[in-house]
Design a protein around this ligand. Structure first.
Ligand code: ATP
Ligand code: MG
Length: 333
């Protein structure tokens, strides 16, 4: 039997370059080798967007379009809508008994996200406890491997702890998942912030038209200590060069630009122009495939429905085993 991958994205907007290098690229690479399930995590998206549930429906399609555009093959990869698998909610409830409040409070990613989100009416329990529901997402599909960005490592660790605890208490039903980081564990934002993130508005989206990409690139944060193009500049920690490293396949050009930047013989405008060219070459085929699928959205919805049906069947099978192991598979039922 093929080993399984489970990973996913919140339908809070279309996907961006960070998703690509953090996770999508690995999914595409491994889709022939692993039985792959990709969760469109609308329930998790609600935990900090519950006041605007109307945004989810459109973004479910946007995320699926991005999957197809980067080359996930719907004959192999199952796209699963989280809210359409209610077994996930059930497993989450059982998992809640296996996690302490203190452990949740220590999760560094959630702490950071709480700060960013600035919840005015207090932190919703749903948001604060999303690592538990994410553990259910991963384990219900019995995934061994989870391709994710660095921010998700604490979630995988939490899932592993839950699995160990569950298996010790009730018997060996669940699989301890392993994370797999992408070519870039955390792509910085165009604003120089630590992470490109939909919620922070510092993104280049996979479907962005050329003009939008150009604007984003030309206004990118660079070396703040550099005032004139003749000043020696810093390459390290400069997101323009980070992007060159990841997205510009012309290594010679990148090395030459780095050298000239350090010496103060190239301006930011030229470095950015070359980055735009590289990014546009990378994004053009993705953009084109995306537009093709957008014109066939009925077919895309069928792909999602079919993936969700298969995902739910697997989730139901696991829940049968879970109830059995927990001795709540009552015979009179
Ligand atoms: P939101 O702001 O709504 O949380 P997001 O941009 O953080 O959105 P998610 O849907 O939370 O995106 O993340 C989906 C996956 O993409 C996760 O595995 C995450 O680690 C990865 N990812 C997201 N942003 C980046 C990034 N900048 N660099 C590397 N990986 C990323
Ligand atoms: Mg996120």
């Amino acid at each position: 039997m093929q080993k399984r991958i489970l990973t996913g994205d919140r339908p809070t907007g279309p996907l961006h370059l960070g998703h690509y290098v953090g996770s999508l690229q690995n999914r595409v690479k491994l889709q022939d080798e692993y039985d792959t399930y990709v969760l469109i995590a609308d329930v998790q998206a609600l935990t900090d967007n519950f006041e605007h549930p109307e945004m989810l429906a459109g973004n479910v399609l946007q995320v699926a379009l991005d999957y197809l555009a980067v080359g996930l093959n719907p004959e192999k990869v199952k796209f699963v809508v989280q809210s359409m698998v209610p077994e996930l909610a059930e497993l989450t409830i059982y998992f809640m008994n296996l996690v302490t409040v203190a452990t949740l409070e220590r999760n560094p990613t959630v702490k950071e996200e709480i700060k960013q989100r600035n919840f005015v009416k207090g932190v919703p329990v749903g948001f604060w406890s999303y690592p538990i529901s994410q553990a259910a997402d991963i384990t219900i599909f019995k995934a061994e491997l989870v391709p994710v960005g660095e921010d998700q490592l604490p979630m995988i660790e939490q899932a592993r702890e839950i699995v160990r605890r569950f298996n010790r208490l009730y018997g060996k039903v669940l699989i301890e998942p392993r994370p797999m980081l992408g070519a870039m564990a955390r792509l910085p934002g165009t604003d120089g912030g630590a992470k490109m993130s939909k919620s922070l508005g510092n993104c280049i989206y996979l479907g962005d038209p050329p003009e939008a990409v150009r604007k984003r690139v030309m206004s990118m944060f660079t070396d703040p200590t550099r005032i004139h193009p003749t000043d020696p500049g810093h390459v390290e920690g400069n997101p323009v060069f980070t992007y060159h490293e990841v997205f510009n396949p012309n290594r010679e050009e990148v090395e030459e630009l780095k050298e000239r930047y350090r010496k103060g013989t190239v301006g930011d405008v030229e470095v950015k122009q070359r980055l735009y060219d590289a990014l546009n070459a990378f994004l053009t085929p993705i953009r084109e495939r995306r537009a093709e699928y957008q014109n066939r959205s009925k077919q895309v919805y069928e792909i999602i429905a079919e993936g969700t049906r298969k995902g739910r069947a697997l989730a139901q099978a696991t829940m049968g085993e879970v109830r059995e192991a927990m001795k709540i598979a009552y015979k009179f039922a």
